[in-house]
Design a protein around this ligand. Sequence first.
Ligand code: PLP
Length: 427
Amino acid sequence: MVNGVFVGHYHYSLFAIYYSLFTIHYFTIYDLRFTIYPMIYLDNNATTRVAPEVIAAMQPYLADYYGNPSSAHSLGREMKLAVERAREQVAKVLGAADPNEIVFTSCGSESDNWAIRGVLEENPNKKHIVTTQVEHEAVRNVCKRLEHQGYEVTWLSVDKNGELDLDEVRTSLRDDTALVSVMLANNETGVLFPIAEVGRIVHEHSNAIFHVDGVQAVGKIPIELKSTEVDLFALSGHKLHAPQGVGAMYVKSEVRLAPFIIGGSQESGRRAGTSAVPNIVALGAACALAANSEGHETIRTLRDRLEDEILARIPNTCLNGIADRNKRLPNTSNISFEHVEGENILRHLNAEGICVSTGSACHSTTHESSPTLQAMNVPYVAAQGSIRFSLGRYNTPEEIEYTLKVLPGIIEQLVEMSPYAKGARAL
Ligand code: PLP
């Protein structure tokens, strides 16, 4: 730390040279430091840095344009046009048949909550929901709450690789199943569920609505909703380089969904509240950026290198999630370091300027293993030492090499100190 500020993983001495060469004001050097010594950010499943292109696109809507898109005057019309442009950009990245199938929301959690509650409100006589044991809290906790309110929930299991059993999906369906909610990509392991097949099964064997939490997938893998049986699909801006506070939901044209927020007629009466135009424009720009697959291969290559090297060079490590990389997000590796606390690894990496996460960010303050790893039957000693590395478009080969340079030493030191490892050695 210098003046209470993190300096980064590069040499302090280099910083000292800068500091003495340029006798400039602290705040100037503070800015300089951030340009030259950025953190190594390997936590892109938690949130992403807002892309410069996205900031440039939204900036005029913060500074110059200020009309309400519902107003009939020219300033209002200009804002409305911007919202509709963004709707087309979101529709394009999702492969939707019609931009009107896109509704803007405030975040992925709102989209997920709305999907579940909106379907149930439309189907008051159906009291059964099907979902998986590995959904994000935005789905899992809503379903748990509904269970307490009298709904019956079937929690589909996963195997040790984190994969679904499609027969179990089929046999779970009933006449009174209102909704099936299955994520596309798991936030902790990156494991992909075959939503096209799940959708076919749902619609062949029931009248249930099929909702997909696609929050982690958008911008990372190609999506073509119009050729699937997906009825509802949630996405979140901050996972794909738009700012926090904006999301969207795809609502297939023929699907009826009760509104979640009631008020004005914004979003064709489907979601009231004055549109957050700068954020919506940002989401559109982020989707346009994501639609361009340039850079995706680099992320995959860097992830593969990081994963291969950790598993090969560090003893007692194992991958959480299916080994077949075609069945996982290209940016995610969830690796367990046995006998070591994930929290300790996280703190030591952070001290080296590297940001990772212990499973889902929501678990980083609790000590129980994540429900996803529990559902996969990952043993406690491994689950406690699990680290999620999630890469993004700004990661460089140098950052991955630096991570590979410091990580083995950190693990060696922590294993040396670990009472669990001592116990295991004594056996
Ligand atoms: N669904 C998944 C799979 C997620 O990973 C997240 C966030 O981590 C959410 C939903 C919630 O999205 P938001 O943070 O935009 O509310």
